[in-house]
Design a protein around this ligand. Structure first.
Ligand SMILES: Cc1cc2nc3c(=O)[nH]c(=O)nc-3n(C[C@H](O)[C@H](O)[C@H](O)COP(=O)(O)O)c2cc1C
Length: 317
């Protein structure tokens, strides 16, 4: 059996990689001597993610997850990161002389999940933070409660961003893609009543009216309590001068999330803080960054009060 055929058998685990809105933008294409990782433009988020920061972070997460899964199966694979905008290729997986060196296993990949419900109070201790191996800045949750409400008002008040959110939300188990991709009511930790209310407010026709009648402020108010406890928000900082650099940070991001997960700590990304220009600029100003650095990912982390749900994935073809 060729190394590529062996890899193909592992693809479902590689697909456990996280991606913004759970769009799973990766398209692995098997050639005779490599597995080329392309992206599907229909699974990018041009309005919520105009700089493609989250697209390339997600592709990086897929590459790193693939290397971990292959290593766990004893399959020597390496990645060459080179973005080709003409063919929408982000990276190539190639046979390697040695198994990828990683502390993580396929079990780590299967265990990791985002948790968007309540978290027990408690901040990350400096030793754990230092051991995560990335440029991470810690900010107390309460400090970002106000900015998060502002970012949520911007998000729910921006029609193109809401259109994309609506397209990827699966607010009822009856949604035909509920088990395949996107953000389910359960993954978003919404009760049936909350999911029904959200669907009603941002439904394509109702939204035109609710937007003018203060719907965005109401929706933002719903998430107000999210950061009103004593916990940790981590900000991954780095240089994002090229798509390749962002992919490298996506690999780093998934390693951080896996390392946290192995300590029983889960994450809840809050990318709207970076997508909203006003809150992003204030956050960057607070972080004392080098000239080429920017905040690339923001997420709260801690011990969730409830077991986080396993998110949907498209099975390998
Ligand atoms: C780059 C990136 C940005 C993300 N941004 C958000 C976000 O702003 N809010 C959120 O709730 N989840 C966010 N997520 C988490 C994804 O929605 C999540 O990975 C996906 O739904 C799959 O779920 P899982 O990670 O539990 O497997 C982000 C993930 C990535 C990789």
């Amino acid at each position: 059996m060729s190394w590529a055929s062996r890899f193909r058998e592992l693809e479902d685990d590689c697909r456990r990689a996280p991606s913004a809105h759970n769009t799973q933008p990766w398209l692995p294409q098997y050639t005779s001597d490599s597995i080329d990782i392309h992206w599907d433009p229909a699974r990018a988020l041009p309005d919520s993610d105009p700089t493609r920061r989250d697209l390339f972070l997600s592709l990086g997460a897929f590459v790193e997850t693939s290397l971990i899964v292959a290593a766990s199966a004893g399959l020597p694979v390496r990645a060459e990161i080179a973005v080709d905008h003409a063919t929408l290729r982000a990276a190539r997986l190639l046979p390697a002389p040695e198994v990828y060196d990683t502390p993580f296993t396929v079990e780590s990949v299967r265990q990791r999940r985002c948790a968007r419900g309540g978290y027990a109070p408690g901040t990350l201790d400096p030793q754990t933070l230092a051991g995560l191996g990335a440029d991470l800045r810690q900010v107390p949750t309460r400090e970002l409660a106000g900015p998060l409400a502002e970012a949520d008002r911007w998000m729910f008040g921006t029609p193109a961003v809401v259109d994309e959110l609506r397209a990827w939300m699966r607010l009822s188990p009856k949604h035909p893609r509920y088990h395949l991709d996107g953000l389910t009511d359960r993954a978003m930790a919404l009760s049936r009543v909350e999911a029904t209310g959200l669907a009603a407010m941002i439904g394509p026709r109702a939204y035109r009216l609710t937007r003018r009648l203060g719907g965005p402020a109401l929706l933002a108010a719903a998430s107000k309590g999210l950061l009103r406890y004593d916990g940790s928000v981590l900000i991954l900082v780095g240089s994002a001068v090229t798509p390749e650099a962002v992919i490298a940070h996506g690999r780093e991001l998934v390693r951080v999330w896996l390392a946290l997960s192995e300590r029983g700590l889960h994450v809840h990304p809050l990318s709207q803080l970076l997508d909203c220009a006003a809150t992003s600029a204030r956050l960057a100003a607070r972080l004392d960054l080098a000239p080429d650095e920017s905040p690339l990912a923001v997420f709260r982390t801690g011990r969730p009060l409830d077991t986080p749900v396993r998110s949907a994935r498209i099975p390998a073809a």
